[in-house]
Ligand binder design. Structure first.
Ligand code: HAM
Length: 419
């Protein structure tokens, strides 16, 4: 029997990896500009961390975690998200002592046992950003500005929608929940099966149910924004004002609630309307109560995570993908091959992308390979030419050939555009 990979856990194949690397490089460069440093936490944690952090009433904790018992003792879980692990590390390493506002990012695989479909995987990758230690609306604005810059400037994704809401804090959330529960309880027979369950466990989640009947009810239901306390309303007004100032376009979406329980105040999602059902490219918000609920001191925080698979699926064909670069050394004859190898080593040591045939192809086959590899130049070395101390340099863009003296070849190539 042939062994197969696990459903929902795709391989990243060599022809796809350049795009991923470009996205990762753009991420690192931009995050460094905003003053974020990388943190790497393990792929698994104690199960309790996610149960307490994400919340027992969430889909993730109820049915999507990959949990196993280690050595028959400790229950461990593959991380379904990165915020709870970062908070764990923040507390464990007393990072607050280093700086009152800790700004970190991470990039790596997450695991959720969801039903695989287009844009939804069981192993997927996130770029996450967490700013821990300040309750200032300026942090919300800076974090959202960063997300916008990542998507637009860093990745070049067109047609984005930033959806924004406030879902209150410890002071007003009970009122928000109560008003919604009461409204929905009176109409519970019209709710879908899942939402009937949510009514007691997590009524806010009814807000983003996709079922038509539930949506009809939600349209008329009391919204979180209507019941915000004074402090939350003022915070939200200030965040909006700052986003206006920074010229970040957003849509207020009163139905937006998040799938994790730790959120307070600002909540947001970045949508690509062209992606179909799984169209959220990123999601995040404030989580002012999470650190305290994990046993730390009361500490406000804010962050987001971007789904990399969905970002990659949204990318326009990159300009560089059409650009030819590097050198292919084509050789004819044994002596020429030895000379070619030496030249190639020298070019690579100087930072040039250099390739040659290692499969004894004919010259025609080598030229075909050079085209396939999208090199800008082809250096053709034959035993005959070698005796004359020459080689032929072909510019693949201009389709021009020139004879070059072998002892000047490196110098000559290094001065050319597109090498
Ligand atoms: P989340 O909304 O659960 O938030 O995930 C963030 C993003 O990860 C989603 O918008 C989506 O692009 C991607 N994503 C989630 N699940 C899948 C999946 N099964 N397949 C493919 N992509 C997926 C969080 O994880 C929070 N920790 C974000 C955060 C950080 N909030 C504050 N700080």
């Amino acid at each position: 029997m042939k062994l197969k990979g696990v459903r929902g856990a795709p391989d990243l194949l060599p022809h796809e990896s350049a795009r991923w690397q470009r996205v990762e490089a753009a991420t690192r460069s931009l995050l460094q500009r905003y003053g974020y440093a990388e943190i790497r936490t393990p792929a698994f944690e104690r199960t309790e961390l996610f149960v307490r952090g994400i919340g027992e009433g969430t889909d993730i904790v109820e049915k999507e975690m990959y949990t196993f018992t280690d050595q028959g003792e400790v229950s461990l879980t593959l991380r379904p998200e990165g915020t709870a692990p970062v908070v764990r590390a923040y507390l464990e390493h007393q990072m607050a002592a280093q700086s009152p506002l800790v700004k970190v990012y991470y990039l790596g695989p997450m695991f959720r046992r969801e039903r695989p479909q287009s844009g939804r995987f069981r192993q997927f990758h996130q770029i996450g950003v967490e700013a821990i230690g300040s309750d200032q609306p300026a942090v919300d604005a800076e974090v959202i500005d960063l997300l916008w810059a990542l998507m637009v400037e860093g990745f070049g994704i067109p047609d984005l929608q930033l959806r924004l809401n406030s879902i209150g804090d410890a002071a007003c959330r009970p009122t928000i929940r109560d008003r919604l529960s009461r409204y929905m309880a009176d109409r519970s027979s019209e709710l879908c099966r899942d939402c009937q369950g949510r009514l007691t466990r997590n009524p806010l989640r009814i807000m983003d149910c996709k079922q038509e009947g539930c949506q009809r009810l939600v349209a008329e239901a009391p919204k979180p924004l209507e019941s915000l306390c004074g402090a939350c309303a003022a915070h939200f007004a200030e965040v909006r004002g700052l986003l206006d100032l920074l010229k970040i376009p957003y849509i207020i979406d009163e139905r937006l609630v998040r799938g994790l329980e730790y959120y307070t105040k600002t909540a947001f999602e970045m949508i690509n309307p062209r992606l179909g059902a799984q169209n959220a490219l990123a999601g995040g918000g404030r989580y002012d109560g999470l650190i305290e609920s994990m046993g730390g001191p009361s500490t406000p925080a804010m962050g987001f995570a971007v789904g990399l698979e969905r970002v990659i699926a949204s990318l326009p064909p990159a300009l560089e993908e059409g650009v030819l670069h590097g050198v292919y050394v084509a050789t004819l004859g044994q002596e020429a091959q030895r000379t070619g190898m030496g030249l190639l080593q020298e070019l690579r040591r100087r930072g040039v992308r250099g390739l040659m045939d290692l499969e004894a192809r004919s010259l025609k086959g080598q030229m075909r390979q050079a085209n396939k590899e999208r090199v800008r130049y082809c250096l053709i070395v034959g035993d005959e030419e070698l005796r004359r101390g020459q080689a032929t340099l072909r510019d693949m863009v201009k389709a021009e050939q020139t004879a070059v003296a072998l002892d000047r070849i490196i110098e000559c190539l290094m001065g050319l555009e597109g090498v």
